[in-house]
Design a protein around this ligand. Structure first.
Ligand code: PLP
Length: 397
């Protein structure tokens, strides 16, 4: 008999993954070229050539004991130094290897930091719409996820509601910038206001409130938009980074946490996060990939194909009659459903072999997420189906 808690996890198991499985089923029946799968955020732009070269160089040149061995649970010191130097150069920060802990992707990093911080019943605030896995990550450590409803006007953070959501039990907030599923980049103005509110609330309640900045999409920002580096605005910030999207390496499971010295209880947090990485069963981030990052810390994927897709899909959907805000980052578009119940829209799209994810999976019903990390032709070929669905659903109103 499985654990009661696991039963809940299985029941709520990711709708996104279910859609992905549906895509494979439909592709087997109709042929992959006739299925338009916009369900999963799996990068379709290849990793930079330099990554492949780095893997080969490391395997050819380095001592295999060094490449494949255990190391400090926080990761290789030289790799962490390279990352700290890269961050300092780009964001004018002042980190050293001490501030960096190598993790098994962003998912691993989030679980490490939540294990480090949460006592049972502690509250963690997330702003809708958010990556649905946050629910499970917080539940893993018996925390309580408090959801601030979406600001559907521009999908910036709903800060007025935040003021009421923070309580003496608030231990942390998670924000994700650029955002999955909206593609919105929270502006410097939004971040300054957020920081002000959190400082006030810390003072009012005499507590520490940690801001966890989940940043797997940091490098995927278009039209030169700036993504603020949050440790400069709010001292109690922990950054969770991942190379899943910035280097197109999601299956390799590599990322890191940044824990700056100005954190309250810095020494204990650093030590606890190192132990959490070990006892969660990660032990350490994958050794070979750490060494690769040591050589590729400043590399990024070419985002030109994503940008081309963004323009084609955004303009194409507007022409069909859909409403959505233009994403500034990541590779998702968050579209208002033409029907109040977005499941009706999702099902109508499925009949045209178009797979999209309902907004309820991101705590924002009435919308859908379309992942545009797909071949350009998939977008072009899916647009007539999107148009037919729009016309059918709006004419029956
Ligand atoms: N956070 C967000 C917002 C994501 O979209 C994802 C993956 O899609 C993750 C975290 C997990 O990323 P990783 O593959 O690095 O664990």
């Amino acid at each position: 008999m499985i654990a009661d808690k696991m039963k809940d996890y299985v029941k709520g198991s990711s709708v996104i993954r279910a859609m992905f499985e549906e895509g494979k089923r439909l592709a087997a029946i109709y042929g992959p070229e006739n299925v338009y799968d916009f369900s999963l955020g799996n990068p379709n732009v290849p990793a930079p050539q330099g990554v492949k070269q780095a893997i080969m160089d490391i395997l050819n040149e380095e001592d295999s004991v060094m490449v494949h061995g255990y190391m400090n649970n926080s990761g290789y010191e030289d790799v962490r130094s390279k990352i700290a130097e890269s961050l300092n150069r780009r964001f004018h920060t002042n980190f050293s290897q001490e501030n960096i802990l190598m993790t098994v992707g962003a998912a691993g990093g989030l679980n490490v930091i939540l294990k480090t911080l949460l006592n049972p019943g502690d509250e963690v605030i997330a702003f809708a719409p958010f990556f649905g896995e946050y629910r499970s990550y917080v539940a893993n450590f018996d925390g309580k996820l408090v959801v601030v409803p979406a600001n559907t006007k521009d999908f910036q953070l709903n800060l007025e509601t935040l003021k009421e959501a923070v309580t003496p039990k608030t231990k942390a907030l998670i924000i994700n910038n650029p955002n999955n599923p909206t593609g919105v980049v929270y502006s410097e103005e939004t971040i300054c206001k957020l920081s002000e509110i959190l400082m006030e609330k810390q003072k009012e309640f005499g507590t520490d409130i940690y801001l966890i900045s989940d940043e797997p999409y940091r490098e995927l920002a278009y039209d030169g938009v700036e993504v603020p580096y949050l440790t400069k605005y709010y001292p109690n910030t922990i950054v969770g980074y991942s190379y899943s999207k910035s280097l197109s390496l999601p299956g390799e499971r590599i990322g890191y946490l940044v824990m700056p010295e100005c954190l309250s209880d810095y020494d204990n947090i650093l030590q606890a996060a190192n132990v959490a990485n070990r006892i969660l069963g990660f032990v350490n981030a994958p050794s070979l990939l750490q060494r690769v990052i040591g050589k590729c810390a400043d590399m990024e994927v070419d985002i030109t194909p994503y940008n081309k897709n963004r323009e084609a899909l955004y303009n194409g959907l507007l022409e069909c009659g859909y409403e959505c805000i233009k994403p500034q980052g990541a590779f998702y578009l968050f579209v208002k459903s033409p029907t109040e119940d977005e499941m009706e829209f999702v099902e109508a799209c499925k009949k045209k072999n178009i797979l999209i994810v309902p907004g309820s999976s991101f705590a924002c019903p009435g919308y859908v997420r379309i992942a545009y990390c797909v071949a350009y032709d998939t977008i072009v070929n899916a647009l007539p189906g999107f148009k037919e669905v729009y016309n059918t659903l709006t004419s029956s109103k």
